[in-house]
Design a protein around this ligand. Structure first.
Ligand code: HEC
Length: 132
C-alpha cells in the first residue's frame, strides 16, 4: 500500500513535470507557427503563381477571359495590339481609374477597389504579356 502511494505520487510528479516542461515549449512553437504563417503564405503563393496571374483570375477574367461586354480578350493580339501601342502607362491608368471606351466600360480596378495599384498593374502586365 505504501509502495502504491509512492509510485502513484511519482507518477503524478512525473506527469506534472512532463506537463509543465512541454506546455511552454508547445505554446512557443504554436505561437511561432501562428506568427509566421500569415506572412509566409502569401510569399509562397506569389512564387508559385505570379501576383498578376492571381489578380487577373480573381478580378479581371470575368470579362477579359472571353471578351465579355466589349473587353479585349486575353490571348487575342488583335484586340490588344492597338492598346499596347498606346503605352503601358495609359493601360495602367485606365485600369486603375476605369474608363468608357468605344467598346464598353472598364470599371476602375475591375470593380474591386480593395486591390492595390501594384496588383492592378501586375494584372495588366499579365494580360498584355499574354496577348502580344
Ligand atoms: C466588368 C467587366 C470588366 C472587368 C471585371 C475588367 N475589365 Fe478591363 N475592360 C473592360 C472593357 C469593356 C474594356 C474595353 C473598354 C473599351 O476600350 O471600350 C476593358 C479594357 C481594359 C484594358 C485596356 C485599356 C485601354 O486603354 O485600352 C485594360 C488594360 C484592362 N481592361 C485591364 C483590366 C484589369 C487589370 C482588370 C482586373 C483588375 C479588368 N480589366 C477587369 C471590362 C472589364
Amino acid at each position: 500500500m505504501k509502495n502504491g502511494i509512492t509510485s502513484l505520487a511519482i507518477a503524478v510528479l512525473l506527469t506534472a513535470c512532463t506537463g509543465s516542461k512541454d506546455a511552454p515549449t508547445a505554446g512557443r512553437a504554436a505561437g511561432a507557427t501562428n506568427l509566421s504563417t500569415p506572412s509566409a503564405a502569401p510569399a509562397a503563393t506569389a512564387s508559385s503563381i505570379s501576383a498578376g496571374e492571381s489578380v487577373y483570375k480573381q478580378s479581371c477574367s470575368a470579362c477579359h477571359a472571353l471578351g465579355i461586354a466589349g473587353a479585349p480578350k486575353i490571348g487575342d493580339p488583335e484586340a490588344w495590339a492597338g492598346r499596347i501601342a498606346q503605352g503601358m502607362n495609359l493601360l495602367y491608368e485606365h485600369s486603375l481609374k476605369g474608363y468608357n471606351g468605344t467598346k464598353g466600360v472598364m470599371p476602375a480596378k475591375g470593380g474591386n477597389p480593395s486591390l492595390s495599384d501594384e496588383k492592378v498593374r501586375a494584372a495588366v502586365d499579365y494580360m498584355a504579356g499574354h496577348s502580344r
